[in-house]
Design a binder for this molecule. Structure first.
Ligand code: B12
Length: 215
């Protein structure tokens, strides 16, 4: 089987909610020499995109979304050990979380995993994170970068609240801020005073890398 065929099978396993086979397929991909990074971005994440489209067309409902998330998590268990960076010296530190009111974490987890794989130390605050918790984490961990995720148009605004809270605490200029999630645009990032917006995890990691290498 070619790499492309294996990746397509992994994509389809996510779309078909095939929790029984996802780990075996991920293992096959690793054994075939496909980088774990590609399996996440060109296999599983592609599948999640299709699941999202099916939800939008009313072909899938909430139960399927939750199941697709579970299938993806099972696959990540196989891939994560292969993504971890072997470097001892970390290239920078990132505090990341999904903002208050928002429980979507699949995209954020991919970003956190790929940042770790790229050599960053990542402090993951989880989901539904209030502005105060971002502020506390910046005080405690002194990161180079703060990353925020929001998938709902109703929670995007929380990103601005986090930036305001960091500003009020005198911490805004100590960190770079990157935001992401399906509804996020560059214009929005500019408007709320974030430093960058990323369309996907790969772009996000590249932006973070460019920031720490320019230090
Ligand atoms: C899976 C899913 C869920 C799952 C979440 C499971 C989980 N553990 O995350 C569940 C079922 C729980 C869920 C719940 C809800 N959901 Co929902 N969900 C989705 C769905 C289908 C996919 C999201 C996803 O995981 N995508 C795959 C990942 C890989 O992509 P991603 O998140 O976009 O992340 C990538 C980039 O955006 C970027 N990125 C993301 N974050 C960050 C952060 C940084 C720092 C960087 C650099 C990059 C970055 O990198 C990632 C990887 O490349 C979307 C549809 C869609 N098309 O997005 C709806 C969607 C987001 N949900 C929606 C809704 C309405 C809801 C609910 C309100 C439904 C309800 N009636 O209860 C609840 C809200 C719960 C809450 N309070 O948060 C709407 C939002 C509409 C809107 N405009 O606000 C969407 C768009 C579906 C729709 N078309 O109606 N949902």
């Amino acid at each position: 089987m070619s790499s492309e065929e294996i990746l397509n099978k992994i994509r389809d396993a996510i779309v078909n909610l095939d929790i029984d086979n996802i780990q075996r397929l991920c293992m096959e991909a690793i054994e075939a020499g496909i980088p774990a990074y590609d399996v996440v971005m060109n296999g599983m994440a592609k599948g999640m995109e299709i699941v999202g489209e099916k939800y939008e067309r009313n072909e899938y409902f909430l139960a399927e979304l939750i199941m697709a998330g579970e299938v993806m998590k099972e696959g990540m268990k196989v891939l994560e050990p292969h993504l971890k960076s072997g470097e001892i010296r970390k290239i920078g530190k990132v505090v990341i979380g999904t903002v208050r009111g928002d429980l979507h974490d699949i995209g954020k987890n991919i970003v956190a995993t790929l940042l770790t794989a790229a050599g960053f130390e990542v402090v993951d605050l989880g989901v539904d994170v209030p502005p105060e918790k971002f502020v506390e984490a910046v005080k405690e961990h002194n990161p180079d970068i703060v990353g925020m995720s929001a998938l709902l148009t109703t929670t995007m605004i929380e990103m601005e609240n986090v930036i305001k809270a960091l500003r009020d605490a005198g911490l805004r200029d100590k960190v770079r801020i990157i935001i992401g999630g399906a509804p996020i645009t560059r214009e929005f990032a500019e408007r709320i005073g974030a430093d960058a917006a990323a369309r996907d995890a790969v772009e996000g990691v590249n932006i973070c890398k460019s920031w720490v290498s320019a230090k």
